[in-house]
Design a protein around this ligand. Structure first.
Ligand code: PEP
Ligand code: MN
Length: 331
């Protein structure tokens, strides 16, 4: 249930509502909006008797929330969320482009790619330092060393940094160095990681699991938000189907479906869906056309020697083409 406060409700009145909710053993989470503040009740399993709330000063009305997820739902937050990091706004008018190699391999590699993607218009540099690899024998990333390189990339290029945390321990380090913390598809339901991400001071980019429904993705986002971090960006990166022409099947319908029920921004990763660089530009254009708030694209200056995901990494010139072609779609 959502308790909507009157326009002129005071902080003291909001706190009184929260205390009343807490006295029933539930939690009341303030949801500031453009016009008014509301308090979302979480933790209840059934209907709540709203008569005591309606009797409190400053309360305008109560609205039942029909979805199992509350804080991510548009029912509790009708306006679309815009996540602002410096000058960059994710979920605003313009799609935001995050690009870079699957993994940070060396300072030279990261800086070379960063300068190129910046030149072609990317705003955020993505590079993995902790890599969740299918095989334990594959390159696992440079760890903190990789994050130090990313810090240098930010200071030399001005690009913001997104990098993945793979567990609730290394998220501490990623939080120190990165501007956005990625949670990968394999970890979408790693609840200790999600809860820790909910206490992080940085926005979280949450990728959809290979076999997760939209509802499950939103419940994972709810874990993060329920711990207090409201800065969540969702990412469609393809799901596993019987189709074997691509690495995963990009579910473009996820974008309008999520936007219908949730206020959170949604970006698309065409690279992990495609698995082959030939498909990345067309899928990116599709993503922008259906309303994605941004893209997460793998780019490498020497993909044939990349330590991970070379086959799906664009050459820098192809990235330049992608940027030109999505611009005409966007317009
Ligand atoms: C990645 O972004 O490099 C990655 C491992 O992606 P996903 O979690 O979507 O497989
Ligand atoms: Mn990758």
């Amino acid at each position: 249930m959502l308790v909507v406060m009157k326009n002129d409700a005071t902080e003291v009145q909001v706190q009184a509502v929260i205390r009343e909710i807490e006295s029933w053993g539930f939690r009341g989470i303030p949801m500031p909006g453009a016009q008014r503040i509301a308090v979302c009740i979480v933790g209840n399993t059934g209907a709540v008797d709203d008569s005591r709330l309606l009797a409190l000063d400053g309360v305008k009305e109560t609205i039942p929330v029909t979805k199992p997820y509350k804080l991510v739902s548009r029912e509790t937050h009708p306006q679309s969320t815009i996540i602002a990091i410096g000058d960059i706004k994710i979920g605003g008018e313009e799609p935001v482009i995050m690009a870079g190699p699957c993994a940070v391999e060396s300072e030279e590699q990261a800086l070379t790619i960063a300068h190129l993607v910046k030149q072609y218009g990317a705003q955020i540099f993505r590079g993995g330092a902790f890599k969740p690899r299918t095989s334990p024998y594959s390159f696992q990333g440079l760890g903190e060393e990789g994050l130090k390189i990313l810090k240098k990339v930010r200071s030399k290029t001005g690009l913001l940094i997104v990098s993945e945390a793979t567990d609730h321990i290394n998220i501490e380090i990623v939080e120190q160095y990165g501007d956005i913390i990625q949670i990968g598809a394999r970890n979408m339901q790693n609840y200790s990681l999600l809860r820790r991400a909910g206490r992080a001071s940085k926005p979280i980019l949450l990728k959809r699991g290979f076999a997760a429904t939209i509802g499950e993705l939103l419940m994972s986002a709810e874990y993060i938000m329920s711990e207090g971090n409201t800065q969540v960006i969702l990412c469609e990166r393809g799901i596993r189907t019987f189709a074997d022409n691509t690495r995963s099947t990009l579910d473009l319908s996820a974008i309008p479906s999520i936007k219908e029920v949730s206020h959170l921004p949604v970006v698309v990763d065409p690279s992990h869906a495609a698995g082959r660089r030939e498909y990345v530009i067309p899928l990116s254009k599709g993503a922008i056309a259906v309303g994605a708030d941004g893209l997460l694209v793998e780019v490498h200056h020497d993909p044939s020697h990349a330590l991970s995901d070379g086959m799906q990494s664009l050459y820098p010139k192809q990235f330049e083409k992608l940027m030109r072609e999505i611009e005409s779609i966007r317009r």
